[in-house]
Write a protein that binds this ligand. Structure first.
Ligand code: DGL
Length: 283
């Protein structure tokens, strides 16, 4: 019998952490899928909360933040980067890939493709930030999907919603009203499938479901791309011999440019995680 030993350099590289970032706590909705799918991976989570939300900001501002955060995560030893933010992906993924052509970088984008496959009446609604919906990347994706599938794609910029979630207002009356004002018109126009095009929005799923029920008695499907992102990360790490195969659970280290205790509370309330959080300044 031949035994193949994994070279020490491969093990050392695989042991390095995955860097995950968002404008704030939205990326935690992606992190929970990464931890479920890849529990052995060490993770660095970066919340750019001092600059959140990104949704109403200029594209170049977001590009500069994404580059500075990625530089920081690489200095901390990240072996791969997950841009756990639709807005940052739309604005900056091209610039990130240009600066780091060898690095495994995974972005998130609104799940139009799965939505087009699931809609029964050929009408889907996309909830996202203004910046994501205004991006060339989204326009291109949306044209491509409607041309190839014939689905009607309705969009709704959810101004203020990521902010409510950052504040921890996941169930307040104000957040419920805001959600109703965004979901209602999409459903009234016939959308039977709603795409969550912002990683913050899965944290108000009950409010989204409730708003859809108020608007129609027909079933409405809601699409979150957290799990597909985790699966894509797994594939990429495998392909690059970077998958951590240790038997031990991975460690989480969190960083914020905002309030450390707010991120600690969010990690505990949303993911039941107790992690050390460091306040950092980047860029
Ligand atoms: N979580 C973000 C996204 O997926 C950004 C929300 C914001 O900062 O406006 O788009």
């Amino acid at each position: 019998m031949t035994t193949f030993l994994t070279p020490a350099s491969v093990l050392a590289a695989a042991n390095k952490p995955v860097g995950v970032f968002d404008s704030g706590i939205g990326g935690l909705s992606v992190l929970r899928h990464i931890q479920a799918q890849l529990p052995q991976e060490n993770v660095l989570y970066f919340a750019d909360s001092n600059f959140a939300p990104y949704g109403g900001r200029a594209e170049q501002f977001i590009v500069d933040r994404a580059l500075a955060i990625t530089d920081f995560l690489l200095q901390q030893g990240a072996k791969a980067i997950v841009v756990a933010c639709n807005t940052a992906t739309a604005a900056a993924i091209k610039a990130l890939r240009a600066r780091y052509p060898q690095l495994s970088i995974i972005g998130v984008e609104p799940g139009l493709k799965p939505a087009a496959a699931l809609t029964k009446n050929n009408t889907i609604g996309v909830l996202a930030t203004q910046r994501t919906l205004a991006s060339g990347k989204f326009k291109h994706l949306s044209e491509q999907i409607s041309a190839s599938t014939g689905v009607r794609i309705l969009t709704q910029a959810c101004i203020g919603l990521a902010d409510q979630i950052e504040k921890g207002e996941l169930q307040s009356a104000a957040t419920a009203l805001l959600v109703q004002s965004y979901v209602g018109p999409l459903v009234a126009q016939g959308a039977d499938t709603l795409v969550l095009g912002c990683t913050h929005y899965p944290f108000v799923l009950p409010l989204l479901q409730d708003a859809a029920h108020r608007a129609t008695s027909d079933p409405v499907t809601i699409i979150d791309t957290g799990r597909p992102i985790a699966l894509q990360l797994e594939r990429l790490l495998k392909n690059h011999d970077l998958l951590n195969t240790s038997a031990n659970p991975g460690q989480l280290q969190a960083f914020t440019t905002g309030d450390e205790s707010a991120l600690k509370v969010a990690l505990s309330n949303l993911l039941h995680l107790q992690a050390s959080v460091a306040l950092v300044t980047v860029g």
